[in-house]
Ligand binder design. Structure first.
Ligand code: 3H9
Length: 697
């Protein structure tokens, strides 16, 4: 078997190369190899200095995350032991970074005496994104090297630093060009030639302004709300200013273990792997040819159309936006310009960059101007007749190879595909609002979408910086379909005795960005109402329907945009305020339908709303609307304000227990009948103690 760590000699320099594809993760075998090769090199008198590098496309991307389930029994030496051996080596060691040096990979580089890298190298301590902290000295060495102020955000946010910035910060001693091994070897030879000192970061003192940590904790309050690891990261960095190195290292490891044992880390690691799984489509192999998309078109310059056009412009793809008339077009493009100007004003975009992006967006009122587009997305009003008409026109003008897509959030993709006359080149691309901000893209597979069309839409998502999830064609697709019963039960609970603020609080405390009524106000009460009215047309008369939303919407309470919905809003504020008027409407409505309101517990609210959402997710899975349970989690983490530390609804289902959920659903079925039928797959897995995450159709 090929060695995962090799030692070769270039003149006086020993080169230790880690070769453990795909990312040189620090598996037990690699850790063993790193120590063994160091000992060999130290014992070899002709070697005077060492270079540590990674074979393949990365340096070392960190600990082997797959070994974390058996952290103490995975075998091989501990990373801290390896780092100590490298740091105390009497021969100088240079880490040579040509790709990513992440987590434990950067930690070992920090234990080396010098670091050099290519401009395209990336370094970082992303452990926090896995619900962890750097547990092999990263929190103790990086602040000592570059100062606590610079190290804090890198460790607590986990962002990657490109080579030139790493040089500027002092993480890299030198940027090199060309072959990384050759550059690092001559750097090492020079160290030997001038008898350079062995720079050991552990011996440096970390400096920090007195207010640094208090200020940074304040800065992180919102973005790290509910998360465990970022706060522990900050604690660890603070230790460098108060505690000797060895004691700091011990405390860091204790906190690392605390994180590793947490539910949050398990959920976040699940999300990490789920994000990688989501791109894998069983019947669309990775090498499926992708059609080039040099030019795009968007029909509709409303909120969604404008946002989608911005996505293309942000990715450097020219896009033509079509509207029915000049006024609507100009209004839409003005909103786009205002959005960009806001980003410029906040200092997050240069004026020149804004100008470049605006220049990529062309407006038109003439369908003929869309003839050269490769990918055309419809984002008009959510009405089937209007959409059919758009696709009839697009089918006529688009070039023969073009792919047509609809941004519908609920309507039947196949009905539109039929209208376009090219169902094989038809697909759904469901963006989430605001389209230029939200990461999620549901790619909706039509009955006849070709593999190339699917592969192209998934690739487009990646190009636009989205997480694309392939779903099936059903009402609401996956995300909104699951949301429907959650919102339905929330409205029933209002009738039975709860108020919007009580229900929302339960879900905010659970960790969601907002509860169902704040979400309804944000999306527009009228929008949900319109969808509900359409669904009523096909709903069995035996099923309970709430008409409460009609009473809110009919009063013009359409949500944030009208200053009132399920809440009221002060002028210019997005803060939902409980409204006595809503309470009056709710109480009056309950009286009218003859329901005696009762106190409702937070536990009932949680189960009544969240369990049907899970149940619907399981139905999506068994019907093949989602490929795997973890895809559904990705949808909720990226598009529905569920924090990664909850892992997504399907992950949560297993945390709570499928059996417990199933039994509660049965109990609700006895009490409320109707909607409360457990999904067949849920019953099956509950009975067999099976796992959603292992289930495939
Ligand atoms: C740590 O270091 C803890 C220490 O501080 C303390 C210890 C005591 N392990 O992302 P890709 C797999 S925590 C195992 O598609 P890319 C990945 O699942 C670690 N597997 O490639 C995928 O598998 P598959 C801190 C890993 O080019 C394949 O490699 N480090 C690991 O788009 C390709 O991955 C991190 O958090 C791993 N560490 O991006 C870095 N990493 O083909 C995590 C990847 O079966 N990694 N895999 O689906 C990354 O950020 C990206 O993978 C990277 C490459 C940027 C490196």
């Amino acid at each position: 078997m090929a060695e995962v760590v090799r030692l070769t000699k270039v003149g006086k320099v020993g080169v230790i190369a880690v070769d453990n594809p795909p990312v040189n993760a620090l598996s037990a075998a690699v850790r063993e190899g790193l120590l063994a090769k160091l000992h060999s090199a130290l014992a070899e008198p002709s070697i005077q200095a060492l270079v540590l590098l990674g074979a393949g496309r990365t340096f070392i991307a960190g600990a082997d995350i797959r070994e974390f389930d058996s952290f103490d029994s995975s075998g091989g030496p501990d990373l801290n032991e390896i780092n100590a051996a490298y740091e105390t080596s009497p021969k100088p060691i240079v880490a040579a970074i040509h790709g990513t040096a992440l987590g434990g990979g950067l930690e070992i580089a920090l234990a080396c005496h010098y670091r050099v890298g290519l401009a395209r190298a990336q370094v970082g301590l992303p452990e926090v994104k896995l619900g962890l902290l750097p547990g092999a000295g990263g929190t103790q060495r990086l602040p000592r090297l570059i100062g606590a102020a610079a190290a804090l955000p890198l460790i607590a946010r986990g962002n990657f630093v490109p080579g030139p910035k790493a040089k500027e910060l002092g993480i890299l001693d030198q940027l090199i060009e060309g072959d990384v091994q050759a550059g690092a070897v001559s750097f090492a030879e020079e160290l030997v030639a001038r008898n350079a000192p062995l720079k050991r970061i552990r011996d440096l003192a970390a400096k920090a302004e007195p207010r640094l940590f208090a200020d940074f904790r304040k800065e992180m309050a919102r973005e790290a709300k509910g998360f465990f690891a970022p706060w522990k990261c900050i604690d660890c960095v603070e230790l460098t200013t108060t505690t000797p190195f060895d004691e700091g290292l011990r405390r860091e490891r204790a906190l690392f273990r605390e994180c590793l044992a947490s539910k949050q880390a398990k959920a976040q690691i699940h999300v990490f792997f789920a994000e990688r799984e989501v791109a894998k489509i069983p019947d669309v192999p990775r090498d499926t040819p992708v059609q080039p998309f040099a030019k795009a078109a968007v029909v509709g310059a409303g909120t969604m159309g404008g946002g989608i056009a911005m996505c293309f412009a942000n990715a450097g793809i020219p896009v033509t936006v079509l509207e029915v008339n000049r006024e609507a077009l100009e209004r839409g493009l003005a909103v786009v310009a205002r959005n960009y100007a806001g980003t410029v004003a906040r200092g997050r975009l240069t004026q020149a960059e804004m100008d470049r992006r605006m220049a990529l967006i062309q407006g038109t009122t003439d369908y003929a101007a869309l003839a050269d587009a490769d990918f055309l997305i419809e984002a008009v009003f959510e009405e089937m007749e209007i959409k059919r008409e758009v696709f009839r026109r697009l089918g006529q003008v688009a070039k023969p190879t073009a792919i047509l897509a609809s941004n519908t959030s609920t309507l039947d993709i196949d009905a539109m595909a039929a209208e376009s006359g090219r169902p094989r080149q038809f697909i759904g691309t469901h963006f989430f609002s605001p389209a230029n901000v939200m990461r999620l893209l549901e790619v909706v597979r039509g009955a006849q979408s070709s593999r190339a069309t699917i592969a192209t839409a998934m690739e487009l998502g990646r190009k636009l910086g989205k997480v694309a999830v392939l779903v099936g064609n059903c009402d609401g697709f996956v995300g909104n379909r699951m949301l429907a019963p959650y919102v339905r039960e929330a409205e029933f609970l209002l009738e039975e005795g709860a108020l919007p603020q009580q229900i929302d609080k339960v879900f905010v405390e659970f960790g969601l960005a907002m509860g169902p009524f704040t979400m309804g106000d944000l999306a527009g009460v009228d929008v949900g109402w319109r969808i509900e009215k359409r669904r009523r047309q096909t709903r069995s008369k035996n099923l309970r329907t709430s008409y409460l939303v009609d009473k809110i919407a009919e009063r013009g309470r359409h949500g944030q945009k009208t200053g009132a919905g399920w809440y009221r809003y002060e002028s210019g504020s997005r803060q939902p305020l409980p409204d006595p008027e809503v309470e009056r409407i709710v109480v009056e409505h309950a009286r009218e339908i003859g329901l005696a309101r009762r106190p409702i517990s937070d536990e009932e609210i949680f189960k009544r709303c969240f369990y049907p959402l899970i149940n619907e997710g399981v139905k999506c899975l068994e019907e093949g609307m989602a490929i795997r349970a973890s895809d559904i989690d990705i949808i909720y983490v990226n598009g529905y304000g569920m924090p990664a530390y909850l892992g997504g609804p399907m992950w949560q289902a297993e945390v709570i227990g499928l059996r417990a959920i199933h039994d509660d659903i049965r109990r609700f079925q006895d009490r409320h009948g109707g909607y409360w039928e457990p999904a067949g797959l849920l019953s099956e897995l509950a009975a067999s103690s099976g796992r959603l995450r292992d289930w495939r159709r």
